[in-house]
Design a protein around this ligand. Sequence first.
Ligand code: MN
Length: 254
Amino acid sequence: MSNSGTSGRRKFIKTTAGGTVAFTLGLTGLNSLLSSFAEPGQDDIHVKFNTGFDQQPLPYAYDALENVIDAKTMEIHYSKHAAAYAKNLKEAAIAEKVDINQPVEKIFAKVDGYSAKIRNNAGGHYNHEMFWKCMRPKTENNKPVGSLKDAIEKELGGFDKFKGLFSDAAKNRFGSGWAWLYLDAGKQLKIGSTPNQDNPLMNISEIKGFPLLGIDVWEHAYYLKYQNKRADYIENWWNVVNWDYVQQRYENKG
Ligand code: MN
C-alpha cells in the first residue's frame, strides 16, 4: 500500500467509535472525504480528528502536580468542571440529534451552525482533554524539545521570549478563557487567547489554527491555591508543561 501523495494514492485513517479503520483512496475520494470533515484549509494545518465525546481518565493522580496545582483543585477541576462539560455536551448532542460518534474536532469547523450549549461544552470538553495531557509532574529546567524547540527559536525568538508572550496572553485574557500556542494555516507558530471555552479550531475564533499548548485561566483552575494571583499560577505552571506531548502535537502525532 502506497501512502505517497505524488503517486495519487495515500492512506487515510479515520478513528471511529469501533476502532481505527484504514482506507486507501484515490486523491479525488480523499479530498471529498476531507471536505466532508473540515472547512477548506483545516487539513493544511494538520488538525487531528481524534477526540471523542467521553471524558478520558486523568493521566496522573490528583496530587501529581502538587506545588503547582494542588490536589483539591485538580479533583474539582477534573471530576466536576470538566466532567460537566463532557456530560452536557453529550446531553445537548443527543437532544439536538448531533452525531456523538464523530470526533469533536468536526464540530469546531462549523461551530457557528450549532447551539451555544454545543459550542460551549464541546469547547470545554476538548480544551480540558488537551489541557490534562499538556501537563506532567514538575520537571527541573522544563523546556521544549526536538523540532518544536528549534521552531520556537526560529519563529518566536527563543524560549524566553515565547514564554513572556504566552504568559502575557494568559494574564491579559479578560475574564475567563484560554491562552494558546498554535499552528496557523501556514504552519507557523502563533500565540493568542480565546474567551470562555472557545479555541483556535473554531471557525468563529479570532485566532485560527491547530492548538499545541493551552493554559486554562478560568478562576476554577487556580483560585483555591492562588486566589486572585493569576500571574503566580501562570509562572508556576511552566514547571509542569509536558513538552513531550506538545512536541507530539507539533509532529501531529498526539
Ligand atoms: Mn477549566
